[in-house]
Design a protein around this ligand. Structure first.
Ligand code: M6R
Length: 366
């Protein structure tokens, strides 16, 4: 049932090329240059009239929401707020009929997310669900939605659910951008083409596995890790840190790279490994200077870089390459090595990767 893999998590990491393909199949029609999503199409007026989009989710799904914030604002030019469902629901939030709320949940059973949906509905907002589990409570409670079609995710640490959530949200953002005219037709086509190439590039990224194992061996006994990224890859840094905490029980923090100088830089010494997402597009030069700051404090640098990168390679202790893509799609690739890094470290430490202590696959308590 694990398909020859030692753990469900590893199987699910490797399933991502297929899962992402399944997610956009029948929706991304490149020849016709259109995106077809019934749940969006049928409610286009609601989306177009929305003053803003509020995204609610927990954990990894919340990280997917943060990535979506960048994509929606960038492409569809609609203001987005991303909220922890548990905070949103308890703070008497301002919700009107002109709001669209997108709830993201792999399981579709997360109690806080479900409660946030009910609250938004009671205030007249239009609620759209992005779930993986078909027929789940959240899928039923929302007005409309789009499934991720990732297939069952058994490992408690979410992997393919995350990348397929980002895929669905990217499709929605592109569809809205087209409807609003905030993206040119050539740019739109370019995005479709690049998105269609992502599964192959994820496969490429997975080939770094042996190299990542070696890096894991070097750092598996440390007690702290930092993860840094900017722009689209800031949420990926958060996700990388969560993955490591969850299954290896090593303390890890994700930060926007530029925030480092406002505090976390004090943590850096020769014992601190810092994973820096430094892909070519997207604030590359700025990230390189962040790396220089780390280097001068003797931190150990693991750079996630674009294939062929030389600048970061010169500074970093290790680099892990991912293929080049659009900045907006880069989280789908940069996430992969971070999943593998946490997986290998946890395995080397003898942890229960698929069922980490204190955690459940779906959190149905508030
Ligand atoms: O099923 P959901 O997407 O609503 O779950 C949300 C979180 O509980 C979940 O993403 C959790 O953070 C994962 N274990 C992370 O790997």
């Amino acid at each position: 049932e694990k398909g020859g893999f030692d753990h469900f998590m590893l199987k699910e990491i490797h399933e991502q090329p297929k899962a992402i393909t399944d997610t956009y199949r029948g929706r991304l029609l490149r020849q016709e240059a259109i995106i077809k999503m019934a749940g969006v199409e049928d409610n286009m007026k609601k989306f177009l009239n929305a003053d803003r989009i509020i995204i609610v989710a927990c954990g990894t799904s919340w990280h997917a929401g943060l990535v979506a914030e960048y994509i929606f604002e960038d492409l569809a030019r609609v203001p987005v707020e991303v909220e922890y469902a548990s905070e949103f629901r308890y703070r008497n939030p301002i919700i009107t009929e002109k709001d669209v709320l997108i709830a993201i949940s792999q399981s579709g059973e997360t109690a806080d997310t479900l409660a946030a949906i009910k609250l938004a509905k009671s205030k007249g907002a239009f609620v759209f669900g992005v779930c993986n589990v078909v027929g789940s409570s959240i899928a039923r409670e929302t007005h409309a939605g789009a499934y991720t079609h990732a297939g069952p995710e058994i490992g408690v640490a979410s992997t393919k659910a995350f990348t397929t959530q980002i895929t669905v949200l990217t499709l929605i953002a592109l569809r809205l951008a087209r409807a609003k005219g905030t993206i040119s037709s050539s740019d739109f086509r370019h995005h479709l083409l690049e998105l269609e190439m992502i599964p192959k590039k994820v496969e490429e990224s997975l080939k770094s596995d042996a190299h990542i194992q070696k890096i894991s061996e070097i750092y598996k006994d440390v007690s702290n890790f930092l993860y840094l990224g900017r722009g689209y890859n800031f949420p990926v840094a958060l996700e990388g840190a969560l993955k490591l905490k969850e299954i290896s029980y090593i303390h890890a923090e994700g930060y926007p790279a530029a925030e480092m100088k406002h505090g976390p830089i004090a943590l850096i010494d020769e014992n601190m490994p810092i994973v820096v997402i430094a892909t070519k597009k997207g604030h590359y030069e700025k990230v390189v200077s962040n790396i220089q700051e780390i280097k001068s404090r003797k931190g150990k640098i693991i750079g996630i870089v674009t294939e062929g990168d030389t600048q970061v390679r010169e500074l970093a202790d290790h680099v892990i390459e991912v293929p080049e893509t659009l900045e907006s799609l880069s989280p789908l690739l940069t996430t992969i090595p971070l999943q593998l890094l946490s997986y290998h470290i946890a395995v080397m430490l003898g942890k229960n990767v698929d069922q980490p202590r204190n955690l459940a696959k779906s959190v149905t308590v508030e």
